[in-house]
Write a protein that binds this ligand. Structure first.
Ligand code: DC
Length: 231
């Protein structure tokens, strides 16, 4: 059998990273880790405890509470992927709301949060055979990953995708609100001091504004096959 590799998928929000990563993990029999879910779960914790709202952010208290936060992924066989648990509660639905999306970039800026999550992520990937998606996977978490993908698409394409998803879930949001959130997160994600979103030098960029899911999957799967043959 081919050797297992590490696949790092980074890129802007709503570029379809998780859809691609899940498809790859399923096909290859790899573990899939959605690191955005981990930053979202910490943000949800901060919201639930009143450490963050529209007007203020009590960073110190959140940082002090980090050792009490337990994050786990538990595989759900019915869905075919792992769900996020925050202190033993399934928070898969709560972490995907627009409220969490509004605060998550601020939480993800904190170096103490990043240090904790990067350590957990490195541990999860130590045996390879993993597809991890996020913003800093190819640059910080797995700089030696055998395959690094950097995904992009126009802001309006991405906002439309996220808007459709939220509507399907029954959230009442306007397209303008979603677009504004996508643009704000792009700005914060690329300008923050800690691990800003940048393309790793050796990452392969895929702009999927005009690609179907099947087309992107085909492109990346052939890259995986090429790499696993040569190692
Ligand atoms: O992929 P996502 O939209 O669920 O990610 C949520 C937020 O978490 C995003 O605004 C940036 C942050 N994030 C990060 O800073 N580093 C990661 N590895 C993953 C996500």
């Amino acid at each position: 059998m081919d050797k297992k590799i590490t696949i790092a998928i980074d890129g802007f929000s709503s570029t379809g990273k998780s859809t691609l990563a899940k498809q790859l993990a399923k096909q290859l029999g790899y573990v899939y880790v959605d690191t955005g879910a981990m930053y979202r779960a910490i943000s949800l914790f901060a919201m639930q405890n009143g450490y963050i709202n529209e007007d203020f952010f009590n960073k110190e208290t959140l940082i002090d509470s980090l050792p009490t936060i337990r994050l786990q992924f538990k595989f759900n066989p019915d869905l075919g992927f792992a769900e996020m648990y925050l202190n033993d509660t399934n928070v898969e639905r709560e972490i995907r709301t627009i409220e969490v999306s509004r605060f998550v970039s601020k939480v993800a800026e904190l170096s103490e949060v990043r240090v904790k999550l990067v350590e957990l992520q490195k541990e999860m990937g130590k045996d390879k055979g993993i597809v991890m998606d996020g913003r800093d996977i190819g640059t910080v978490v797995f700089p030696d990953a055998e395959l690094k993908i950097f995904m992009t698409a126009s802001a309006t394409t991405r906002a439309q995708r996220r808007y459709d998803e939220l509507l399907q879930k029954g959230d009442s949001v306007s397209f303008e609100e979603v677009l504004k959130n996508v643009e704000e997160r792009d700005y914060i994600d690329t300008h923050r001091a800690n691990s800003p979103l940048v393309k790793a030098e050796d990452a392969i960029e895929i702009d999927n504004s005009e690609l179907t899911r099947e087309e992107q999957f085909g492109i990346v799967l052939s890259l995986v096959n090429e790499i696993t043959k040569t190692i």
